[in-house]
Ligand binder design. Structure first.
Ligand code: ATP
Ligand code: MG
Length: 438
């Protein structure tokens, strides 16, 4: 018999683990709501061109990492490798720039992304991002507020060992001038560069700075600084971002060699790095920046943008590395123990009644002995354990025990059906001391 395995670079997120995901997602929703972001959901696959045009043909993402194919209608399709391009496409297609919409237009998303990469810890082929986009504001306060929101989210989760690293890629003019300076600097070393970077040098020299190859990284430290090539407008934008971060008391570092792996960025770019142990090359847990020409590139009106995406798998690794405890979400309010097959129907009715009052309830289905059922109740962390034997059933009563206080009381079944909510309150607020007195 053949054994089936999930594709390389993918994960099954099982119960036990999925609760952590829900907690992160719920925390993100709460934080983003405070900043008035609304959720957007776009398709998992897009026309290849949407991504190629936005992210850039010469980037690693487009040139090596796309999960693209031709569908049965001969359309060139790709699984989405990131969220910004699809959302910019949606913004243009749905005319979200129209006068009826509040500006800036702020959205968040969460979901799977796909990149054909060499899988390793914190680097998968199907991974998950939580991200945001802001359309329509060129104000540096948008850059600062959005970066602060990302930091806010991590702080809410209890992470402390984080670093915000920023840089500016300036405007088109900055890029043109800097491109030439970088070529002049790198050409004498051309022979020593990696094969990829020899190609990058002429296609898109900024990509050399983003290379993960050691042969290229040697030249990064002494490369000319893009900050020396900012036009007066670009410099003013960056200086204002820096001054605003200072004013808010948000700590940051400037790394003038940081360029990011996507072509659509302009002006401010940033990464959030984890300094927690053992993150290795996967220490960047969030990345983003400004993209002032992307919407136009996709056929929309001139619209400045700013956004970020954070990797959920890397966030979970960081939480583990910083030993953050994630609260349990799925508490069990009541476990109903049924003794004897005759109670099967009555137990079915009791658990349903409890659930109808809005509480969680569980029971045994395997006709197990009392001891095994009590053990399950304990393992599942039940607040109350209700016991129904054949004698109780004959008398139409049920025993209810609070696991915190160990106090046990008998109630008529009719009382449970009428007002289980009151019984629950009564039993769970009985003082522990009272239980000990008994
Ligand atoms: P890297 O330099 O590590 O390859 P990137 O620059 O390609 O990252 P972005 O496209 O900016 O990453 O994506 C934003 C975030 O998404 C990253 O900071 C990371 O947390 C996460 N991420 C990106 N690619 C992967 C992946 N293959 N597996 C898991 N997480 C990823
Ligand atoms: Mg990458």
């Amino acid at each position: 018999m053949m054994s089936y395995q999930r594709p390389k670079g993918t994960n099954d997120i099982l119960p036990g683990e999925s609760e952590k995901w829900q907690f992160l997602e719920e925390t993100a929703r709460l934080v983003f709501r405070d900043y008035q972001f609304n959720e957007i959901r776009t398709p998992i696959f897009e026309h290849f061109e949407v991504i190629a045009r936005s992210v850039g043909d010469t980037t690693d993402i487009v040139s090596k990492e796309m999960y693209d194919f031709h569908d049965k209608g001969e359309r060139h399709i790709t699984l989405r490798p990131e969220g910004t391009a699809p959302i910019a496409r949606s913004y243009v297609e749905n005319k979200l720039f129209g006068p009826e919409y509040t500006k800036p237009y702020k959205v968040f998303y969460m979901g799977p992304m796909f990149r054909y990469e060499r899988p390793q810890k914190g680097r998968l082929r199907q991974f998950h991002q939580i991200g945001v986009e802001v359309f329509g504001s060129a104000n540096p306060a948008t850059d600062v507020e959005t970066m602060a929101m990302a930091m806010d989210f991590y702080q809410q989760l209890g992470l402390n060992q984080l670093r915000l690293v920023i840089n500016s890629l300036g405007d088109k003019e900055t890029r043109q001038q800097y491109r030439q300076a970088l070529i002049d600097y790198l050409v004498p070393h051309e022979a020593e560069l990696s094969e990829d970077s020899k190609r990058r040098l002429h296609e898109n020299p900024l990509r050399v700075l983003d290379s993960k190859d050691k042969r290229d990284q040697r030249f990064v430290a002494d490369a000319p600084s893009i900050l020396d090539y900012l036009t007066p407008e670009a410099k003013h934008h960056f200086d204002t971002v820096v001054a605003m971060l200072d004013a808010l008391g948000v700590a940051y570092e400037i790394d003038s060699t940081m360029v990011r792996g996507l072509d659509y960025y302009t002006h401010t770019i940033f990464e959030i790095m984890s300094d927690a142990p053992k993150m290795g090359a996967q220490a960047t847990i969030c990345a983003g920046g400004r993209y002032n020409h992307l919407v136009e590139e996709l056929g929309g009106p001139e619209t400045p943008g700013f956004g970020f995406a954070l990797g959920v798998e890397r966030l979970l690794l960081t939480l583990e590395a910083e030993e953050v405890v994630i609260p349990a979400l799925n508490q069990l309010d009541a476990y109903v123990v049924g003794l004897g097959q005759e109670t099967n129907l009555a137990v079915l009715k009791v658990v349903q009644a409890i659930r109808n009052f809005g509480f969680s309830a569980d029971r045994d289905f395997m006709d197990r002995k009392a001891k095994a059922q009590f053990k399950s109740a304990d393992k599942q962390g039940a607040q109350l354990v209700l016991t129904l034997g054949e004698t109780e059933l004959a008398q139409q009563v049920i025993n209810i025990k609070s696991m915190a206080s160990r106090v046990e009381k008998q109630f008529p079944l009719t009382a449970l059906y009428d007002h289980f909510d009151e019984i629950y309150d009564e039993m769970t607020t009985i003082m522990i001391e009272q239980g000990e007195d008994k």
